[in-house]
Write a protein that binds this ligand. Structure first.
Ligand code: 3PG
Ligand code: CO
Length: 525
C-alpha cells in the first residue's frame, strides 16, 4: 500500500488556556509540543459542551464524549442529555424496566440507588437521582436506600458535604409515614466500586462488601463519616475510605433478596465492573461475592450493548453509527490502538461508540499496557514510555496504516490536584512525543496531535471570596484543545471546529473519502 501511515496522539487532559496561573501545560518544559505548535499547521478545537453532545456549554468535556466524537466524526446527544430528556418527558418511567424495578421491591423490599453523588454531569447528576426517588415514592415504593459514592473529581475536591446535605434535605422532604429514604453506605469514588477497565477489581470487591453486605467501618451518618475521615487522614473526597451507616449496631441498608438496585450513573467505563458483579451469573469469578442477593438490577443506561452490560437499563445510550473505525475497515485500512489500562477503553470502547468488540479481527489490533495501581501523583510519568515503545514498534512494523494512542498523564495526574506532579506528567508526554515524531519521520508518516478535553491547563480553583485560600482543582476544564498536523502539506481551514471534525481529517490524510454523515474536515490539502 502506498499510503503514508497516519498516527494520532490524544494527550488526555491537555487543554489550552491563556493564563499561566496554575497552568501545568503552559508552565511545563515541552520543547517538542512547542515546536510542533510553532512550526506546523495547527488550530484550537472545542472539546466541551454542545460541541461534544453535552446539554450545555457550561458542561466541561470528558473522555467519553471526547473519544466518541473523535471516533465517529459526529455529535450525538450524550447520556447526560438523553437521561435529562427521558426524565423530563416521563418516558423513563414508562419503561418495562422501571415498572419491574418498582414491582420487585414495592411490597416487601427496598429500592437501592447506587452511584456518584454530585452534579459533575460526567458520570451522573444528582437531579436524576432526585427525580427517580420522587417517582419511586409516587409509585408506591416504601423504602429507599442510597449508596453514595463521593466525587471531588468532576467537582471541587472537598465538596462532598454539599451534595450529602442536598440529598438528605431532599429525602427528608419526601419522608413520611409511608416512605423512608436514607443514606446506607458510601465512600470515595477512587476507593470503592468505580474502578474501570479492570485496573483494580479489589475496589469493586470492597464496594460490594460495603453496599451489599454492609461490612466496614460504621458511622451514624454520612456527614460523620466524611468529617471523621477528613480529620483522621486529610484525604480529599475521591479518596475517602468506605463507610457503612448503622443504627443500633446494624447496617441500615444491606442489599437483600427481593430488593431492586439502580446504578444511577449514565457513563459506562466505571459502571461496568459493579454491574457485572450484580448481573453476572455463577460464572462470575472476579472476586468472592460471599452472598449474591436475588435483586432486580438496572443501569441508568446500557453501558455496553455488545456485551449486554447490564441486561436491564432505564435509558438507551446514544446509538453511535458510522464510526471512523468501521469506515476504515471497509476501505481495508489496518488499524492499531494502544494505551495503558486507565485509558485503554478510551481508544477502543469509547473511540468505537461504546462498543468493545472489533469491527474486523484481522484489520484491527488493540494493545493494552498494564497501568500501575498507585496514586498517580507518585508516578506522573505513568506508562508513557512503555506505550511509546510498543507504538514505535507498531509504526515501524509497516503493518498499520492508522495508529492511535492516548497518553493519560495530563488527565490522570491532573485529577490528583497536584500541580508539580502534573507538570511532570505533561513533560513525560512531551518526551514521548519526540520519540513518536522520530518514528513517524522514519516511515515517512503523518502525525496528528490533539487532546480530548482540558484538565492540566487549570490546576487551581478560583477562590470564590477575595482573600480566600486557593484550592486545587481536580476536575476537567472548559478550554479548547490543540490540533496539530505534522508531516503533511496542509492548511487549516478558518472556522469553529471541534473534536467531531477530526475523523474527516484522518480520511483526508489517508487519501480516502470521508463518510457522508461526518462533520467536515479541519484541513485543506
Ligand atoms: C474519571 O472517570 O476519571 C473522571 O470522572 C473523568 O475523567 P475522564 O473523562 O478523563 O476519563
Ligand atoms: Co479525566
Amino acid at each position: 500500500m502506498s499510503k503514508r501511515p497516519v498516527v494520532l496522539v490524544v494527550m488526555d487532559g491537555v487543554g489550552i488556556r491563556e493564563s499561566d496561573f496554575g497552568n501545568a501545560v503552559s508552565n511545563a518544559y515541552k520543547p517538542t509540543l512547542d515546536d510542533l505548535w510553532n512550526n506546523c499547521p495547527h488550530t484550537e478545537i472545542k472539546a466541551h459542551g454542545v460541541a461534544v453532545g453535552l446539554p450545555s456549554d457550561g458542561d466541561m468535556g470528558n473522555s467519553e464524549v471526547g473519544h466518541n466524537a473523535l471516533g465517529c466524526g459526529q455529535i450525538y446527544s450524550q447520556g447526560a442529555k438523553l437521561v435529562n430528556e427521558s426524565i423530563e418527558s416521563g418516558d423513563i418511567f414508562e419503561t418495562d424496566t422501571w415498572k419491574a424495578l418498582v414491582d420487585k421491591c414495592k411490597d416487601h423490599g427496598k429500592m437501592h440507588f447506587l452511584g456518584l453523588l454530585s452534579d459533575g454531569n460526567v458520570h451522573s447528576h444528582i437531579n436524576h437521582l432526585k427525580a427517580l426517588m420522587k417517582r419511586a415514592k409516587e409509585d408506591g415504593v416504601k423504602e429507599v436506600r442510597l449508596h453514595a459514592l463521593l466525587d471531588g473529581r468532576d467537582v471541587p475536591e472537598t465538596s462532598a458535604l454539599i451534595y450529602v446535605e442536598d440529598i438528605e434535605n431532599y429525602m427528608a422532604e419526601l419522608n413520611d409515614d409511608n416512605f423512608h429514604a436514607c443514606i446506607a453506605s458510601g465512600g470515595g469514588r477512587m476507593k470503592i466500586t468505580m474502578d474501570r477497565y479492570e485496573a483494580n477489581w479489589a475496589m469493586v470487591e470492597e464496594g460490594w462488601h460495603t453496599h451489599v453486605l454492609g461490612e466496614g467501618r460504621s458511622f451514624a451518618s454520612a456527614k460523620e463519616a466524611i468529617e471523621t475521615y477528613r480529620a483522621e487522614s486529610g484525604v480529599v473526597d475521591q479518596d475517602l475510605p468506605a463507610f457503612v451507616i448503622a443504627k443500633d449496631g446494624k447496617p441500615v441498608g444491606t442489599i437483600e433478596d427481593g430488593d431492586s438496585v439502580i446504578l444511577f450513573n449514565f457513563r459506562g467505563d466505571r459502571a461496568q465492573e459493579i454491574s457485572l458483579a450484580f448481573d453476572g451469573d455463577e460464572s462470575f469469578d472476579k472476586f468472592d461475592r460471599v452472598r449474591v442477593p436475588d435483586v432486580m438490577y438496572a443501569g441508568m443506561l446500557q453501558y455496553d450493548a455488545d456485551l449486554n452490560i447490564p441486561h436491564h437499563f432505564l435509558s438507551y445510550p446514544p446509538k453511535i453509527k458510522y464510526t471512523l473505525s468501521e469506515h476504515l475497515v471497509k476501505h481495508g485500512i489496518r488499524q492499531y490502538a494502544i494505551s495503558e489500562t486507565q485509558k485503554y477503553g478510551h481508544v477502543t470502547y469509547f473511540w468505537n461508540g461504546n462498543r468493545s468488540e472489533k469491527f474486523d479481527e484481522k484489520l484491527e489490533t488493540f494493545e493494552e499496557v498494564k497501568s500501575d495501581v498507585v496514586p498517580f501523583e507518585q508516578r506522573p510519568w505513568m506508562k508513557s514510555a512503555e506505550i511509546t515503545d510498543k507504538l514505535i514498534e507498531a509504526i515501524k512494523s509497516g503493518e498499520y496504516d492508522f495508529l492511535r494512542t492516548n497518553y493519560p498523564n495530563g488527565d490522570m495526574v491532573g485529577h490528583t490536584g497536584n500541580y508539580e506532579a502534573t507538570i511532570i506528567g505533561v513533560e513525560s508526554v512531551d518526551l514521548q512525543l519526540a520519540r513518536v515524531k522520530e518514528a513517524v519521520d522514519a516511515v515517512n508518516g503523518i502525525l496528528i496531535v490533539t487532546a480530548d478535553h482540558g484538565n492540566a491547563d487549570e490546576m487551581y480553583e478560583k477562590p470564590k471570596k477575595e482573600g480566600a485560600p486557593i484550592k486545587a482543582k481536580t476536575s476537567h476544564t472548559l478550554n479548547k484543545v490543540p490540533f496539530i498536523v505534522y508531516g503533511a502539506d496542509v492548511k487549516m481551514k478558518e472556522g469553529d471546529f471541534g473534536l467531531s471534525n477530526v475523523a474527516a481529517v484522518v480520511t483526508d490524510l489517508l487519501d480516502l473519502p470521508a463518510d457522508e454523515h461526518w462533520n467536515e474536515s479541519i484541513i485543506e490539502k
